[in-house]
Design a binder for this molecule. Structure first.
Ligand SMILES: [Fe+2]
Length: 404
């Protein structure tokens, strides 16, 4: 309701400007406006000035801070969470209608404790862990979020992306760029487990998250599975020649902006590539690290998310690093610990961690063998909008600018 002249006259305002404005705010809220009574209080302090390893950031309070959120560092232990997959699979085997029919997927989603139950692990990343029983099919569909799956099972299961059949093996990364039709299933005799990662929270924030599974443009039907047009390994066949790309085909896949036409990165080849570089010095903050790229443009596979694999050799400890991007980590092999903002998380295969943006972190391989970590971060997005910065510490603890 509007404040009339007579109403204003009836309420003498206090002399103090803040109190006077707070009093007016009690009425003005009904008009969906707020008279400013606090200075800006963003969730991030000038992080690049802090040097303490325990700097984990605070969320500002008050009216300005309302609605701000901040991811917390967290580790999900595989030995604690994986039992729920078995329980989901058991329910599915015995149920009249399996969860995949009424919930689209058989999975649990990871929630970051800093986000109050929202389905996201970092500012831009959603993560689910899925189990497919023999015979399960997730019907062909298309959506605006970019997505990927990191395969945890030794073998079994497939993803079909725009007609290319991708047979899944442990350590594989299969991407489904926005605008690509894809379907999943398991024709093996054992359940198959993988980790889905999407930039869904970002699309949700932009209010452009959508999914369609009504009508497949190639087949003209809404058949459950796409017809296999390209054999397993097709995109490797075309693009797996490091530094060379074929000139006789279109590189456009789906309708996204320059999505990577290389959609299936094989775990065995990732490991070979890392191992082949093990005698290099590597990066003091990352060890031996490889980035997955669109082979045509050299850019990250998605304009939003950047995928990487890193090898930490026995005894290797990286130096502290922090970035404006958030990082999600899946332990593929080895044992170690990661310090994040002053907290130490030990890890073993299939454990999952999130390193929030702006927070110092470093990895230590504490095992007797190699450790391999896969990471996904929104550094691709932040680079694209000119917001990516990174700092490291040298061996003397001095802060060095890695990306200004
Ligand atoms: Fe999907």
């Amino acid at each position: 309701m509007a404040v009339t002249e007579s109403e204003s006259r009836q309420k003498p305002l206090p002399k103090g400007a803040r109190e006077a404005m707070e009093q007016l705010n009690a009425e003005a809220g009904a008009l969906n406006i707020w008279l400013r009574t606090q200075a800006n209080a963003p969730a991030q302090r000038p992080w690049f000035r802090d040097t303490g390893l325990d700097m984990a950031g605070q969320i500002a309070g008050g009216r300005v801070g309302t609605g701000q959120t901040k991811a917390l560092a967290h580790r999900w232990r595989w030995r604690e969470i994986s039992a729920y997959l078995d329980r989901i699979a058991e329910i599915a085997r015995n149920a009249d209608v399996p969860p995949i029919e009424f919930a689209d997927r058989q999975q649990f989603l990871l929630t970051n404790p800093g986000f109050g139950g929202r389905l996201q692990v970092a500012s831009t990343i959603r993560c689910a862990i899925s189990i497919y029983n023999p015979g399960d099919i997730a019907p062909a569909h298309v959506h605006s979020p970019n997505a990927s799956r990191t395969i945890l099972s030794e073998k079994g299961g497939y993803t079909n992306v725009e007609g290319e059949r991708c047979d899944a093996h442990r350590g594989d990364i299969i991407i489904t760029p926005n605008g690509t039709w894809h379907d999943h299933g398991n024709e093996a005799e054992q359940p198959v487990v993988w980790i889905d990662m999407l930039d869904w929270p970002l699309m949700e924030f932009l209010d452009c998250a959508w999914v369609d599974q009504e009508f497949h443009p190639a087949s003209g039907t809404n058949a459950k599975s796409q017809e296999t047009i390209h054999h397993n390994g097709y995109s490797n066949h075309l693009y797996g020649h490091g530094g060379m790309v074929p000139t006789f085909i279109s590189h456009q896949l789906g309708f996204g902006r320059d999505p990577s036409p290389m959609i299936h990165f094989r775990g065995t080849r990732i490991r070979e590539a890392l191992d082949g570089l093990r005698r290099e010095k590597g990066d003091p903050h990352e060890g031996i690290q490889m980035q997955f790229v669109n082979p045509v443009t050299g850019a990250p596979v998605f304009p939003t998310l950047n995928y990487q694999a890193q090898l930490l050799r026995p005894g290797e400890a990286t130096l502290p690093k922090r970035e404006t991007s958030g990082t999600f980590i899946v332990v593929i092999d080895g044992k170690g610990k990661t310090e994040i903002g002053g907290e130490t998380f030990d890890w073993e295969p299939n454990d999952i961690m999130v390193v929030p943006n702006f927070i110092w972190r470093r990895h230590i391989n504490t095992g007797s063998g190699d450790a391999v970590l896969y990471t996904v971060s929104d550094s691709a997005l932040l680079r694209n909008i000119g917001q990516y910065r990174a700092q490291g510490k040298d061996q003397h603890g001095k802060v060095v600018q890695l990306v200004q």
